[in-house]
Design a protein around this ligand. Structure first.
Ligand code: SAH
Length: 245
């Protein structure tokens, strides 16, 4: 039996937002590895080994998946959203680089609907013009780098999507992020807080930067800051496609 590793995105939460490609890979899998809440989304079946692990074990998890594939297993590493966006696909390649013995492994990356696109679709089209995505966690980069990127993105006129905005371990940083954004973009800029999109806990809330409070975000929230032209039309928020409008 030939083993393989598929790194699959489970989308933002709802089963109907999982792609058919990911569903097929899961149906063929012998083993599923991933962060505990993501593995919990997989329906157990006979013959399927479920291997949940803690969030910080990304490289170990990738090594475990490559090792199982070398033994002939068909392994799906699950991520939420898209596996290439602040998730397991890059961790797998990092592990591959460090362990050349696994260089010939059959690897596939199966895309998913990332949180910023699911959140944007619920709100309207806030990412209709140029935008960037920034991970606000300082686990893997210093906060100074985050602050610097925020200022450059703001000065470049980009709308921004923020992942991992605020955790219990670093509750104060998001307040600093909002201060920087107010300084760079002014008080009237629209900001959207989209929590648990596509799940029963979904909640969307949009305010101006002047009204934004750090408590509006947690780790289940995706935050989108509009650009200078982002505006409301009825219940919707959109960013015109043209920089001239
Ligand atoms: N690979 C994932 C992102 C992992 S980082 C993706 O592509 O979506 C985890 C962060 O994603 C969370 O802190 C939150 O900011 C965001 N996120 C994931 N699912 C979400 C959802 N259903 N609603 C809102 N934000 C979500």
């Amino acid at each position: 039996m030939t083993g393989w590793v598929a790194v699959a995105g489970l989308g933002p939460g709802a089963d109907h937002l999982i792609t058919p490609e990911v569903t097929s890979a899961l149906a063929e899998a012998t083993d599923v590895v991933g962060y505990i809440p993501y593995v919990a989304r997989i329906t157990p079946r006979r013959g399927l080994g479920l291997h949940p692990s803690d969030n910080r074990d990304e490289l170990e998890r990738a090594l475990a998946a490559l090792t199982m594939a070398a033994q002939g297993k068909r392994v799906v590493i699950v991520s939420s959203g898209d596996p290439g966006v602040f998730a397991m696909a890059a961790a797998l390649f990092e592990t591959l680089e460090a362990h050349p013995a696994f260089a010939q492994t059959d690897i596939r990356i199966l895309p998913g609907i990332t949180a910023m696109l699911a959140a944007a679709a619920r709100a309207g089209a806030p990412l209709g013009h140029d935008f960037c995505a920034i991970n606000l966690s300082d686990n893997l980069k210093p906060f100074d780098m985050i602050a610097n990127r925020l200022r450059h993105a703001a000065r470049g006129g980009f709308a921004m999507a923020f992942y991992n905005p605020r955790s219990a371990a670093r509750p104060h940083q998001f307040a600093r992020v909002l201060d920087i954004l107010r300084e760079e973009c002014g008080p009237d800029r629209l900001i959207l807080f989209a929590r648990a999109v596509s799940t029963p806990d979904e909640r969307l809330h949009s305010v101006t930067l002047a009204e934004a409070q750090p408590e509006m975000a947690d780790m289940r929230t995706l935050v989108i800051l509009g650009n200078a032209a982002t505006r409301r039309v009825g219940q919707w928020i959109y960013t015109p496609r043209s920089a001239l409008s």
